[in-house]
Each structure stands twice: as C-alpha cells, then as structure tokens.
Design a protein around this ligand. Structure first.
Ligand SMILES: Nc1ncnc2c1ncn2[C@@H]1O[C@H](COP(=O)(O)OP(=O)(O)OP(=O)(O)O)[C@@H](O)[C@H]1O
Ligand SMILES: [Mg+2]
Length: 232
C-alpha cells in the first residue's frame, strides 16, 4: 500500500477556531479512518457544526491543521478549496438546501455538472442514485412537493454525486418526523456498510446508536469522550 492509502481520511491537529471573542473550537485532534461512521454529539453551542465546517472546507481554522486524504486544506487557495469542497466531501444539511426551482433530478446532477461532467452523464448518474436511494419516482418533481424524508434522500443523493471520500452530515434527521428519520438512518447505515466513510453531527440518539461505529463527544470546543460503538 502507498502512504496515502494508509493515511486517515481526515486528520485534525490542534484545530482552534475563534469568532471574535468566542472560542468555538479549543484544540481538536482527531483522525478518522476509511470506513468509519463517526457520530459527533454534545451540547448546543459546543462546536460541533464548527468542527464539521472546518472539515468541509467551508471555513478555515484560526490555528491548527486539517488534512483530508493527506492533503492539507490550509495550503489550498480559495479556488482549490472550492474544488476540494465539490470533489472530496459531500454535505447533507438539516434543512436540505435543495434548489426549489430545479426538479429533483437536476438538483442531484448539479454537483457533477459543476465539476465539468456533461449534462447527460450527470443526469444518468443522478437517476441511478435516486433509484438506489428509493426516490426514482420523484426525479421530475420539484423539492417543494416532497416529504421531508424524500427531500433528505435527495439531499444524500446530491451529496454522493461526486463520489466523496467523506460524507458529512449536520443533523440529517433533525427536521424529520420519526418515520422519515428512521428511513434516513437506514440509508446512512446502508451507505456505511458498503464502505462510505461518514461523519455525522447529531442529537439523535437512535441515529448515533444505529449507524455510528464511533461516538465523539464535544464539550466547550474540545473532544471530551471518544468511544468505539458496540456492534449492533
Ligand atoms: N459564524 C459564526 N460567528 C460567530 N460565532 C459563531 C459562528 N459559528 C458558530 N459560532 C459560535 O461558536 C460556538 C459553537 O457553535 P456551533 O454552531 O459549532 O455549535 P453546535 O455544537 O453546532 O451547536 P448546535 O447543537 O446548537 O447546532 C457557539 O458559541 C456559536 O455561537
Ligand atoms: Mg450545530
């Protein structure tokens, strides 16, 4: 194996993030290996979303380093960081962030088109993903007519479009009723079982217990617990 195959998918060293006088992250060291499903839990305001945003390259740390697949994000220009966000990570959000004026199929195809895949190939892959995720029948619908669970399946399909090394989710079941939440939980479990590395911020104990191979607790911007989950 080459060195990069042994490297963790994500490695944070001494990551600190301050917003004005607020310390959101107070020194985070973390390595996530390929195939792990990491749940990040902890009180409101403890820094979970900030941590996710650092890994997603949506924001830069005040100090410390974030490396994904051996590539240090701090060394990337804004253009290279935008490219990283599109190609290496997939993001799933609590409130879906779908584009309301585009049909589902186009929403899902968009990330591939943004990295230069032609429209036809992008739409073919998007249709395949919607099929795998059980929402093929909604391909031509607009997001506003979908149920919450359907919207989140579409959100996951979009996040997977460019085959990310890492799927990041911030409260993916937070806006869903319990039945839809269970569907999305099952979907994330299936994805991890076929090898997708996951990092999920969640308050949802059922999601963490069912999907996570490892649970990290963040308190006041620090990792205060890190345990391997018991096999379900
Ligand atoms: N863009 C920002 N500007 C200023 N302060 C911020 C910003 N983002 C986060 N913070 C602050 O950083 C701290 C951590 O916030 P963060 O959103 O990471 O918490 P969280 O653990 O995700 O909370 P929740 O569970 O409520 O989503 C909080 O004090 C928050 O107010
Ligand atoms: Mg948050």
């Amino acid at each position: 194996m080459t060195e990069s195959e042994n490297a963790p998918v994500v490695r944070l060293a001494g990551v600190r993030k301050e917003y004005g006088g607020t310390v959101a992250l107070a020194g985070i060291d973390l390595a996530v290996a390929a195939g792990e499903a990491v749940a990040v839990m902890g009180p409101s305001g403890s820094g979970k979303s900030t941590l996710l945003n650092m890994i997603a390259g949506l924001d830069r740390p005040t100090a410390g380093t974030v490396a994904v697949l051996g590539e240090e994000l701090g060394a990337l220009s804004e253009t290279a960081l935008a490219r990283y966000r599109r190609r290496r990570v997939g993001m799933v959000f609590q409130f879906f962030h779908l584009l309301d004026d585009l049909p589902v199929l186009d929403n899902v195809a968009l990330p591939a088109q943004l990295v230069g895949v032609n429209r036809r190939a992008a739409r073919e892959r998007a249709a395949g993903l919607l099929d795998e995720l059980g929402v093929a029948g909604r391909a031509r619908a607009y997001p506003s007519v979908l149920s919450g669970g359907e919207r989140q399946r579409v959100g996951v399909a979009r996040a997977l479009m460019n085959r990310p090394a890492l799927l990041l989710a911030d409260e993916p079941t937070g806006a869903l009723d319990s039945a839809s939440g269970e569907q999305v939980t099952d979907l994330l479990l299936d994805l991890n079982q076929i090898g997708q590395t996951l990092l999920l911020v969640t308050h949802d104990r059922a999601l963490a217990e069912r999907v996570a191979t490892r649970v990290i607790t963040v308190t006041d911007g620090r990792i205060t617990a890190d345990r391997t989950a018991v096999a379900p």
